[in-house]
Design a protein around this ligand. Sequence first.
Ligand code: BGC
Ligand code: BGC
Length: 597
Amino acid sequence: MKRYASKSLVILTGLCFLLQGSDLVAQSSAKVEQLLSKMTLDEKIGQMTQVDLLAIKDKADVAKYFLGSVLSGGGSDPADNKPATWKASCDEVQMQALKTRLKIPLIYGVDAVHGHNNIEGAVVFPHNVGLGATRNPKLVERAAQITAREVAATGIHWAFAPCVAVSKDIRWGRSYESFGECPDLAGELGAAAVRGFQTRLPGGFRVLASTKHFAGDGGTENGIDQGNTVCDEATFRKIHLAPYLPAIRANSGTIMVSYNSWNGDKMHGNKHLLTDILKKEFGFQGFLISDWAAIDQLPGDYKTEIESSINAGLDMMMIPNGPGQAKNYAEFISLTRELVLEKRIPQERIDDAVRRILRAKFQSGVFEHPFASPNLMSELGSPAHRKVARDCVRQSAVLLKNDRNALPLSTKAGTVTVVGKGADDLGMQCGGWTIDWQGKSGNLTPGGTTILAGLKNALRNSVNLTYSPDGSALNQASTVVVVIGEQPYAEMKGDKKDLSIQSEDAALVEKAKASGAKVVTILLSGRPLILGSVLEQSDALLAAWLPGTEGQGVADVLVGAYRPTGKLPRFWPRSNAQLGQPTVTDPQFSFGYGLTY
Ligand code: BGC
Ligand code: BGC
């Protein structure tokens, strides 16, 4: 009886929500049509143009060209990269947009791919590969909600995330942007992130998500970034298109198109996939944004590139070039105008694009809330936000080996020596897309905890904790904690053929082993690395992925304050020879593997 009652309540609430939803859709589509009917061709083309902040030399161009959006690409920061400067810079370009005849606000976009990661002092979450290991959609949703609050605090309405790539070959430098090798997992966590980003914030404002990169980015031959994914359509649908369905059901405001090709054809010109499948068959109602200068890679001159991409279904173009450079935004606008007048791009295609863009803008609430919400600024990098990130870190760590009861570490007595270049390096923990496009090693942002600092907090005074980065002073430790792994990278700069652990890292593990101590190895990496002798010589091995600023979460796992629950979101290869193999019968560890204590 009780169960039935609660069920009808759910149905009733669901119904109200639906009615409210369809009401909102009707209201906003009336507003969209009204606005669209007043717009000139130039105003429409302006809406379809997104320009990188650093390409706009004269901010008055925002109004002059009716720009629909401005972005900050990786490293395109306003002056000093402080939150208040970002807010001022975003508000400044918004003011320009509001000077136009129709006062259509712009939406500002940024790569908030693991927190509001470009900005000093923001909390940095684990990269998606780690979130994939949590298997926890609620937590992923919460992380995206927090990211949205930090993004909105600085006047930004759009995050270029989540990435739902199904990464098949870990030689691909962007593997860490993917939730793993399983389409269902990518879809489930991607949709959770979309819901989190697009949660209504105080005052009724929403940050739009951009599910990316459509599609096949993780399937390219030899794991080459921006490469070619080769397979038949049934396979492409099952692996690479599947994660978009849950993201579309979660109402992803935008989808970013991928640089890669499918069977030799660039995605940016693929009408079958962008229009027939994504928009028509899947019913995607949002708008399609190009990737960074990606249309420039289509065949033909710039005018032909524009024609092919817009006719394929692209709605807004991401343009990094400004005055004095080839293929710049002024040129894009004038060539698009010519193409419409020459009827090479149908007027209906332009109207469809602008309708979609305006609809998403109404969805985000930017018309009512064009500027940053001042009350969110105090939350940026707050302890409450860091606590959630720390929880993500704990849940993402995967315990691969634990012999001799090496873990958890005793918090009562003994000497623990921490070694390795990752132990006290916030930048290495964060990986690429942190402060800079490529990320960087060292103390790159205020706040946060390195793994060493986390261990100091966790072990307090009862354990003698020493630190020797190069392992020259092991101090007769009962346990040596070795923190090693990859240096930061992003996109194609992370493509690698050899994923062996670096020899100096392996030598450090060997040295620790030779001391007779128990050896606990922590790997910081965007993907599995070929373990070689490190597996044998470590008593315990923990894959911490790229945990972000909250290294305390790793320490929580090491001392058993949190018992490991992370499960591998992809299989772990045994050798370089296994990389890129479609199926492997004897991996080092299988998909889903993960120990606990
Ligand atoms: C930009 C990035 C962009 C990359 C593309 C960089 O210069 O800062 O945002 O993703 O170029 O190659
Ligand atoms: C990347 C995208 C990113 C864009 C903007 C591109 O190079 O592929 O993931 O969103 O730049 O920075």
